[in-house]
Design a protein around this ligand. Structure first.
Ligand code: TMP
Length: 213
């Protein structure tokens, strides 16, 4: 009989324009087709309150600047709410949870790119997540130049605060993501996001099959 892991937590990470969201949806459809109960969510966000915080973090404009420390705490506040309202109860109920971004994004954006201290970020990440680490993470890796091109083609309503950052910022994000992957090769699988969508879906399914079934 097929044995199946209950309460498995999968996250997707990577830069803007790497195609995360479509792979998240494809993976959810695949797992559902195999009879698994699957919850699909995203960060920052995933509950009404956390989505308000997402809007603040992504779209704040006006004279008052959001300081990096404030940005970090808003994102962690959203995560604390999301983890307790959505992620942890779903995992406890045995569902597979797929999250479009999670705390490695904080390590990469607020740590690697905004230069906030790594030990504070690690502590806050775990505190906000209620101590729950992802079981499997896909890092959709792409040079920032390519990601930018894709976003430019896609978005008509202007860039958010992160998309406004320069190339150096996005290079720092990428190298921090890759550092996390080097440190945790069992959990974090690096995928070349420049490949075509179907090839990427295939790779992801193979890894998930090995981990889950
Ligand atoms: P996106 O998921 O639609 O790309 O937008 C989320 C943005 O928020 C993205 O630019 C990365 C940023 N972000 C952080 O800076 N830190 C985090 O911890 C998370 C989850 C996202």
């Amino acid at each position: 009989m097929m044995s199946l892991k209950q309460g498995f937590f999968i996250t997707f990470e990577g830069p803007e324009g790497a195609g995360k969201s479509s792979q998240v949806e494809r993976l959810a459809a695949y797992l559902r087709s195999r009879g698994m109960e699957c919850l699909l969510t995203r960060e920052p966000g995933g509950t009404p309150l956390a989505e308000c915080l997402r809007t603040m973090v992504k779209s704040h404009h006006g004279a008052e600047t959001i300081h990096p420390e404030t940005e970090l705490l808003l994102i962690e506040a959203a995560r604390a709410q999301h983890a307790r309202e959505v992620i942890l109860p779903a995992l406890d109920a045995g569902k597979t949870v797929i999250c479009d971004r999670f705390y490695d994004s904080t390590t990469a954006y607020q740590g690697g790119a905004r230069n906030l201290p790594g030990e504070i970020i690690s502590a806050l990440n775990l505190f906000a997540a209620g101590g729950r680490k992802p079981d499997l993470t896909f890092l959709m890796d792409l040079p920032p130049e390519t990601g930018f091109l894709r976003i430019r083609e896609r978005e008509s309503d202007g860039y958010d605060r992160f998309e406004h950052e320069d190339l150096a910022f996005h290079r720092a994000v990428r190298s921090e993501f890759l550092r996390v992957a080097r440190n945790e090769p069992e959990r974090v699988k690096v995928i070349d996001a420049a490949q075509d969508r179907n090839t990427i879906s295939e790779i992801i399914r193979r890894v998930v099959d090995e981990s889950l079934f």
